[in-house]
Design a protein around this ligand. Structure first.
Ligand SMILES: [Zn+2]
Ligand SMILES: [Zn+2]
Length: 330
């Protein structure tokens, strides 16, 4: 029997355990992927910590998967053996609900999510629905591309929702913001980075990636912003960002989970300011981002961990000890 290794979550709020399993065979429409890198996303923390409802258990987390096609299921024609592919958070959609039919498959009524409701990439192998995987070409390092598959894609959807903002605030300067800052600067936008109070390392990091200003999230930016995107899971940032945007400005919440938003005076929302969330991604978002990111010369700062050290990677993320993104290498 050919076996694979996986880091498995057996029960919520417990450490992942390394397990040996038979390598699965891809079913119709699926591909088997030999994983070469898998990014660690904040959403993985929310899953492990039980902050998202009804995860598959036991579960292999991980939805920023880069690997090589190792076997092809019946009916798959879009990928070749050994081709480099990426697997994102959106694992499958139904194609027939009102949201799918309205080109908003990110809001599908019965979605499948990689590393949440189906097994993901904290493993040497994983199986994915080929229709939701993306060819990655041969340019770039696997570990440095892995964070594109969620931090990049969902950051990009958030950015599009923020509109044509010339002055853009990014609250929480982790994996998503460090990619998006590079894209936004490349497009001539002016980026203002907000971090935890006193996190001068993150502020220096933001400036090194092109931010025109970096400061603490309770500080006012030096000029009013057209829009702000909140990547940190902190509800108190919503009124803070509303305060920072000008009339008609948008505040986009890019995370899947956030602490409660404190009450705030209506005057912060008045004058046609908007607050909205961004959920998941569509394949169209992904194709657009994956085409533009290489042109923008996006480079990810990554910290590599052996697959067996997934728990350490999660802890480092929980304690904000990371600059950029954590990536597991099987
Ligand atoms: Zn649907
Ligand atoms: Zn993610």
């Amino acid at each position: 029997m050919v076996t694979m290794q996986a880091m498995v979550l057996d029960a919520l709020r417990t450490p992942l355990a390394m397990r040996e399993r038979p390598v699965p065979a891809p079913g119709p429409g699926e591909i088997l992927i030999s994983v070469t890198a898998c990014g660690v996303c904040r959403t993985d923390l929310h899953v492990v910590d039980g902050e998202l409802p009804h995860p598959k258990l036991p579960l292999v987390p991980g939805h920023e998967v880069v690997g090589r096609v190792a076997a092809i299921g019946a009916g798959v024609s879009e990928f070749a053996l050994r081709e480099r592919v990426g697997v994102p958070w959106l694992g499958a959609t139904c194609g027939s609900c009102p949201y799918c039919r309205a080109d908003t498959e990110n809001l599908c009524d019965v979605p499948v999510f990689t590393g949440y409701t189906r097994d993901g990439g904290y493993a040497t192998h994983t199986v994915a629905d080929a229709r939701y995987c993306f060819p990655l070409g041969e340019h770039g390092d696997d570990a440095e591309i892995a964070p594109w598959l969620c931090a990049g894609l969902i950051g990009w959807r958030s950015y599009r929702m923020a509109g044509a903002a010339q002055t853009l605030g990014l609250y929480g300067f982790g994996a998503a913001a460090h990619i998006l800052a590079q894209m936004a600067c490349w497009q001539g936008r002016r980026v203002f980075a907000f971090t935890r109070t006193g996190d001068t390392a993150a502020q220096d990091f933001a400036r090194s990636l092109g931010a025109v200003w970096a400061g603490a999230s309770d500080q006012a930016p030096p000029e009013p912003l057209d829009a702000a995107i909140i990547f940190a899971a902190v509800g108190a940032l919503v009124p803070a960002a509303l305060k920072a945007v000008k009339k008609g400005g948008r505040v986009v919440c890019g995370g899947i989970h956030m602490s409660d938003i404190p009450s705030f005076p209506y005057s912060l929302l008045w004058e046609e300011r908007h607050v909205m969330s961004v959920a998941n991604l569509t394949r169209a978002d992904a194709r657009e981002f994956l085409e533009l990111a290489p042109k923008a010369g996006v480079e990810c700062e990554v910290t590599r961990y052996p697959l067996a050290c997934a728990n350490e990677a999660l802890t480092d993320m929980r304690e904000s000890r990371l600059q950029g993104a954590a990536v597991l290498i099987p």
